[in-house]
Design a protein around this ligand. Structure first.
Ligand SMILES: C[S@@+](CC[C@H](N)C(=O)[O-])C[C@H]1O[C@@H](n2cnc3c(N)ncnc32)[C@H](O)[C@@H]1O
Length: 271
């Protein structure tokens, strides 16, 4: 990407997430305690791997940085687990929602509007840096990972979820938008999955991105979108889409589509 386009893309990404903070459609217009609790319940039911990956319960007393907190569901889990947790997000509206969530749950928060590509923290500060589904939205994910590595203490662990290529979600977006417009699978995701410019990575590309870390492990899992488990968004409300949701062969997909999951759960340590 030309460097002149990067600030513009970052503004578009910020504006996208300010307009619809991640998961806010599940709040159905309310943001009281019960709505946030319902959001968390549905999140951890649809994505049971999050708790295993994040390991919230082992974070008591640790300095944790969450990059891209969105509406703060995971951030609140760090606080509940007794971590000394700091969170950032590019979107001020998301940070406001996450702060409100913490207040309603009775926790003090340490949340800031900040850019993952230029973190406002000293080097060697955190035991854990966690970022779930965030860096692929930023114009320069490699820079996000360099920053994550910089702020980790030596021996500290990064736990990062990035989108995978190829994926069933990507294939569905390609069938919906790409095939008619001659777009590649990757371009269909770039243009149509969440904020503009969303990137996807093969496992080999992730290993390259993570080359500053030691002991890198990558696990691939399905997203709720790969299995059409989530409620269809406003774009997919027609009778035809409702039929697709109904007839989707989830059992077969679970059995044979494993290598096409959208989520890569990545761990690596700072030397
Ligand atoms: C898909 S949401 C994920 C939010 C949260 N981690 C979750 O799982 O619900 C992506 C989030 O990344 C944030 N984001 C995108 N680019 C960012 C950047 N450069 N720095 C910080 N946050 C960023 C967006 O504002 C948005 O809240």
């Amino acid at each position: 990407m030309a460097s002149a386009q990067i600030p513009q893309l970052k503004d578009e990404v910020r504006s996208f997430w300010n307009t619809e903070p991640c998961g806010s459609r599940y709040l159905e217009g309310t943001d009281d305690f019960d709505a946030f609790e319902a959001h968390a319940r549905s999140r951890y039911t649809l994505e049971p791997h999050i708790r295993r990956f994040a390991e919230f319960s082992s974070a008591r007393g640790l300095r944790v940085l969450e990059i891209g907190v969105g509406m703060g569901a995971d951030y609140l889990e760090w606080l509940k687990a007794g971590a000394n947790a700091t969170g950032v997000d590019l979107s001020a509206i998301s940070i406001a929602r996450a702060k409100r969530r913490c207040v309603l749950a009775g926790y003090y928060s340490d949340l800031h509007v900040a850019d993952a590509e230029s973190l406002p923290f000293a080097a060697n500060t955190f035991d854990v840096v966690y970022s779930y589904g965030v860096m692929h939205h930023s114009p320069n994910p490699a820079q996000c990972l360099r920053e994550a590595q910089r702020v980790l203490k030596p021996g500290g662990e990064a736990r990062i979820m990035l989108y995978h290529h190829p994926s069933l979600t990507g294939l569905m977006l390609w069938l919906r938008y790409g095939v008619w417009q001659g777009k590649s699978l990757r371009q269909a995701v770039l243009d149509h999955l969440e904020s503009p410019g969303t990137k996807t990575y093969t496992k080999a590309e992730v290993r390259m991105l993570m080359r500053g870390f030691e002991g890198v492990e990558i696990q691939q899992v399905f997203s709720p979108g790969d299995l059409l488990l989530n409620a269809p968004s406003a774009r997919f409300q027609s009778a035809a889409y409702r039929l697709v949701w109904k007839l989707y062969p989830r059992t077969l997909v679970r059995k044979f589509g494993r290598r096409w999951g959208l989520f890569l759960l990545i761990r690596g340590r700072k030397a």
